[in-house]
Design a protein around this ligand. Structure first.
Ligand code: SF4
Length: 285
């Protein structure tokens, strides 16, 4: 039978991955930025794809509109309801028995004022107190004096492969770690520093030296390189922009339905289950 070897334990190059969290160390916001070292692009991309496409969350899928006096078409209203982020973290989903479980919402509002009013996400009433819109103030539609809306909606579990409304991430991207270097014996001009749209470079007027402020914020647009190519004499082509092949800056931001840490853990779980299935198959299980 095939034997599996622990490559990390054996110290094989490329398997000693390091992670450094840059933003959201205390797990309190919807955004997380971290650095991954000693990894290959396909590995990072697999995490990105799993986080966007494979992590289950709740979204409104079926809408039964009984009354809609507003100017908004029923189809548009149903689409807007589908995009309202609902609590889908581990705690909220605990009571749901399986992937076919549903949560029902009702929306019943009459404008009995003289003014035009907004109907907000907070006006949706859920049959499960743990599952409700993440934000109260998402505008759904407007009602003029005397107008009414009355509907029932059903939220189901799904994932981003079926529809974007089931994607828990609004940003899920990585870039290779920028590497800015100065050519020995050449002077970087002030015009090169000024050309950077992100203020990554700074110029010391006294020493005439250039330093790098926040390399991780460099977009690798190479505007500085092009400016330097137009300089003359010992200032020409004085700066190089590259990247570190096996180091990545990963940024993930969620719609609030769950934390970015939970999205990543779920994504790793999905990859783990797929790998286990693969291993079981080739072991003849
Ligand atoms: S590559 Fe672009 S962002 Fe990076 S230092 Fe040069 S000009 Fe600035």
């Amino acid at each position: 039978m095939m034997e599996l070897v622990d490559l990390e334990e054996k110290g094989v190059e490329g398997y000693n991955m390091e992670i450094e969290v840059k933003k959201n160390e205390d797990n309190t916001s919807d955004e997380l930025v971290f650095i991954l070292k000693n990894v290959e692009t396909p590995f990072v991309n697999a995490i990105r794809r799993a986080a966007m496409m494979e992590v289950p969350k709740l979204a409104i899928e079926d809408v039964n509109i009984i009354v809609n006096d507003s100017a908004m078409f029923n189809e548009v209203l149903a689409h807007r309801l589908g995009l309202v982020p609902l609590n889908s973290d581990k705690e909220a989903l605990e009571g749901l028995i399986d992937e076919n479980s549903t949560v029902s919402f009702t929306l019943n509002k009459v404008n009995d004022t003289e003014e035009t009013i907004f109907v907000y996400s907070k006006d949706l009433t859920s049959n499960d107190p743990k599952i409700k819109p993440v934000f109260d103030t998402i505008p759904l539609l407007k009602l003029k004096k005397g107008e009414k809306v009355d509907l029932e909606a059903v939220a189901k579990l799904g994932n981003g492969r079926s529809h974007a409304k089931w994607m828990p991430t609004v940003v899920c991207a990585y870039k290779q770690y920028p590497d800015i270097s100065f050519v020995e014996g050449k002077t970087v001009s002030k015009s090169v520093v000024d050309s950077c749209p992100r203020n990554i470079l700074s110029f010391n007027e006294d020493t005439k030296e250039v330093s790098v402020n926040n390399v991780e914020n460099c977009s690798m647009c190479k505007t500085c390189v092009r400016t330097s190519q137009n300089d003359s004499n010992d200032m020409k082509s004085a700066i190089n922009i590259g990247y570190i092949e096996d180091t990545f800056i990963f940024r993930i931001e969620t719609d609030g339905s769950m934390s970015p840490e939970e999205v990543l853990l779920n994504a790793c779980d999905v990859l783990n289950q797929k790998s286990d299935k693969f291993i079981t198959f080739f072991k003849g299980g």
